[in-house]
Design a protein around this ligand. Structure first.
Ligand SMILES: [Cu+2]
Length: 331
């Protein structure tokens, strides 16, 4: 099959470059999460060493000897020891509470910073919708954001919602998990320092294709971001040469689910296709955006992503070719 082995291909290069490691934070929020993680790990490691050490010491020191079969002295209760193992854990929990509280304040802002770029993220089974109200943009699956420069901070403020079930947005290098819950809006903020492609995935089981609900955050310089946004806000390109192919597409069921701004396709069940060709991947990060993959997807999405909400429309060769020809003009 065409798409076999494409997931490693899509992710191998960016994985090597960007990774999904919580130990390589790229925002102040992710940095404080790493700090919290290391602190908790250190405390847990210390407790582990003390407890296991005492256990091993006692096992060796007080093991049964053949010579004597008398019982060791039996002790009933000890005020100081009981006080110690009550107050010690209480203190540890109190310290952890304070540190967690401070970290939460770093990653979950109480208000929107005045200069923030606001993006609404809507989780769908099994893809992501991104809306930029200030730019009149609706796109899918690849989140474009600007990086902050030392003299110009440009934080990205995400409002996260769900169209169906609970999802969770997790880009480890940018921040912690934030759930997308039906009927509720959650928020998170990224102030990104380095241009890069940051990867993540849905991290709350949301059904059959949960594992193929991947996230790509493309962080670029403010200029590159503005160029992308200006282009993305435009309606779809109306190429004269694909007039017939466009009409074929517009007569198919595609238009019930997909929007191509500037045409009669205004469906909102699936990703907006207005600038499909500006995306690096298809099917929420599963496939690189190539002609062959696009054709395979249109021919039978169920073979690639079984259970996904795009049905197999059983297009014949000629129709599929026309649709792909048209889609490829959606730069
Ligand atoms: Cu999900």
């Amino acid at each position: 099959v065409v798409f076999e082995g494409t997931i490693p291909a899509v992710f191998a290069a960016p994985l090597a470059a960007a990774g999904t490691s919580v130990f390589r934070p790229a925002t102040p929020g992710a940095e404080s999460i790493r700090g919290l993680f290391l602190l908790v790990l250190a405390i847990a490691a210390l407790i582990f060493i003390v407890v296991e050490g005492a256990l091993i010491y006692c096992v060796v020191r007080f093991r049964a000897r053949r010579a004597s079969d008398e019982e060791p002295p039996q002790i009933y209760g000890s005020g100081p020891i009981e006080l110690a193992w009550t107050v010690g854990p209480l203190l540890i929990v109190f310290v952890l509470f304070l540190v967690v509280y401070r970290t939460l304040a770093d990653v979950r802002p109480s208000s929107v910073p005045a200069n923030a770029l606001q993006v609404t993220v809507v989780g769908h089974q099994w893809w992501w919708e991104y809306r930029y109200p200030a730019y009149d943009i609706v796109t899918a699956n690849e989140l474009h954001v600007p990086v902050s420069e030392p003299n110009h901070l440009w934080p990205v403020y995400l409002s996260l919602r769900s169209a169906d079930v609970i999802h969770s947005y997790w880009v480890p290098r940018l921040g912690g998990k934030t759930d997308l819950i039906p009927g509720r809006t959650n928020h998170t903020i990224y102030t990104i320092e380095q241009p890069d492609v940051y990867l993540g995935r849905c991290s709350e089981f949301c059904g059959m294709q949960h594992a193929n609900m991947m996230i790509r955050v493309i962080a670029e310089s403010p200029d590159a971001f503005r160029r992308w946004a200006a282009h993305e806000a435009e309606p779809a390109l109306m190429d004269e040469r694909v007039q017939a192919e466009r009409e074929t597409f517009l007569q198919l069921a595609c238009v019930n689910c997909h929007t191509v701004r500037g045409t009669s396709a205004v469906g909102t069940v699936g990703p907006d296709l207005t600038h499909l060709m500006s995306r690096q991947t298809l099917a929420t990060g599963m496939l690189t955006n190539t002609s062959a993959h696009l054709t395979a997807w249109i021919r039978n999405p169920q073979a690639i992503k079984p259970g996904c909400k795009m049905p197999d429309l059983k297009l014949d060769d000629q129709t599929a070719r026309a649709v792909v020809t048209y889609l490829e003009t959606l730069k």
